[in-house]
Ligand binder design. Sequence first.
Ligand code: BGC
Length: 771
Amino acid sequence: MRVLIRAFAAGVALAFAAACSDKNHDHAASSHASPALSVTDLRNAERSENAAIEKKIDDLIGQMTLEEKIGQMTQINNSAIVTNANWGAGSDLSIEIKVDTAKLGAMLRKYHIGSFLNGIAVPGETWYQFYKDLQEYNLKTSRLKIPVIYGVDHMHGPNYVEGATIFPHALNTAATYNNQFPADMAHVTAIETADLGHQWLFAPVLDLARTPLWGRYYETLGESPYVAATMGSIFVKTIQNDPDIAPYKIAATAKHFFAYSDPKYGFDRGPVDVSEQALYEFHLPSFKAAIDAGIKTIMINSGDLNGEPVHASYWALTEVLRGKLKFKGVAVTDWEDIIRLYRNHRVAANEKDATYKAIMAGVDMSMTPYTTAFCDYMRELVNEGKISQERIDLSVSRILRLKLELGLFENPLPRNDRFNRIGASENKAKALEAARESIVLMKNEGILPLNAAAKNIVVAGPTANLKRPLAGGWTLRWMANDESIYPKDMLTVYTALQKEFTGSRISLAATPGEIKTKAAGANAIIVCAGEMPYAEGFGSIQDISLSDDQVELVKAAQATGKPVILVMISGRPRVITKIYPGCKAVLFAGLPGFEGAQAIAEILSGKVNPSAKMSFNYPYAVNRLVPHNHKISEILLAHEIENPIALVPFGTGLSYTTFEYSGLILSDSVLTSETAEIKASVTVKNTGSREGKEAVLWFLHDEVASISRPVRDLKYYEKELIRPGESKTFSFTIRPLEQLTFPNKHGEQLLEDGYFTLMVGNQKTRFKLQR
Ligand code: BGC
């Protein structure tokens, strides 16, 4: 029996829209031929229950001039309003965060700009002064006293505040399988930045890891839509509702809406061609979860999705985002993306045409971000009758609601009496804990932990004694390649090992020759390989293999006959299959942040027992970049045995203790209705000699379905500390409407009777849905 359960997000938006579509003269034609959503009906449907806020919005809109309204829809980069801007000169951007009142004044008086963005890591005091000057000047200039809102990319902790706490990147967070960490990161980011006027956070990234060729892979919460939805929405709820930042509030941004992360040939911002079914199955759930969690803003995918640049897609930005997902907040463009509609995508003849297309598709605010040309084109388009006042008012109402709900009107100015929160030791302790639980022990042939008996350790490799590779892109600068700007007290792997192994000789070897010489008498050689920081398009690579020079270094270490431990410090997996067998142990440290070196050293020494599990399939070969949730037909069993897809599969990782799974039982083996439940339980015993945390991952596979299903799909996880000899019972409740449905190409959820396989650890069982 096949039953259609409900539209992707339960709702009747499309129905009401159909009834009102005759009123709608100002929407762009939809390529998907769904009824249009009327601007008036959207405006009414989005009104909140807060009558005072809604009245204020109506009052302001009633008084604002067209120019003032367009200004609210414009976001300008701070380089346009500071005294010294050096954006774009290489990767080490230098900028003085000091308001240039002449530049700012001209912009505010003529264009009434409502939002600014961006930054680099400067001290809290500098940010405070900058934002105070900016907001005070704005309030003095603004006829209606509408505050500006400032947006910043704090992607893994407050990465644009000097001395702040820097967490691991999201790919690592996902590998912890511990929901405490997205909450910790959100809280620390909030308390270290909200006072500075950073009330619009361009995070979390909710794009799904699909191909490691894509340079922004490390910004994702890995391959599982369930993990991205779960951790992403925890981050959103925590940061948007943090009582410790009162009187301020922060708005998060779900980005980049949507399906940005699977460019066909791996290039950042390259076209994505995926089936509509895969869009609903993989790319939408994390955004849906964030919207359900109340996220206030979304940032749009810069790319082209199935032939349609998303910034010009009425289908994506209105039908899906507003109609299906019921998003009521602000949709901001990504960087220069209106301009890109004509310059890169060539779906518009010029910037004015691009502006028209983007607004009609559903854009509320343009991150222009360097010029005010957008304002001029908008004014012309309205005056020519191409864009209606009502359409403008819809976006302006969303932007004003955001500002009012954040309390910007009551508390527009920053404060400087809580700077002791920035980089506070308890915050750094949270980042260290996150790093410790985010590093995957991929392989260990008895060499680890290297305890105090390791008296002579050789450390080599390009990432061994540098700070910048540990935190990757979006740290201090967009893409910092200057070691001198990192905190003086930040450790490298080399200096962290010196601290960790106090009684041992730790020597650094730079070349294969030095490795050979220093290996005599060494207990082990630790090779730290990986990548230097990159961001966005700079992360595009020609070859996913570990670079030849690094492979040679590992081979030189192996040739000494000493045990070799490989530590991968990189934002994605680099293929290492050829050197893997010759390594006694391998760690995937990912991008563990400022506390990462200590976490690596503690795992190597054994002070910390590793507990991370892969948040992606670590590829076995360059032509096998296959995520864990692929279809059965992707790979025939025979091939898989001969040549596996994953060197280390998603959801696996070693510990210094051993866990035994047993006794998987179900409360029932048949579900007789869609509201019935089965409770599955499994016992996990620590059979080793030290305590350890185990993340228990529950996977389902739908054995026969009308649409081919992934070989496995993570549905639930939980992590607990288990002492030696202790057994713990873990359970998971299966509810048909929550875990057994899947989307068709229209985004409708299907529920089909039949057998399902449940997998946890090495245990497997089946149950049936039979209605
Ligand atoms: C990136 C976004 C970022 C924005 C503002 C863009 O180039 O794609 O992720 O939020 O710049 O810095």
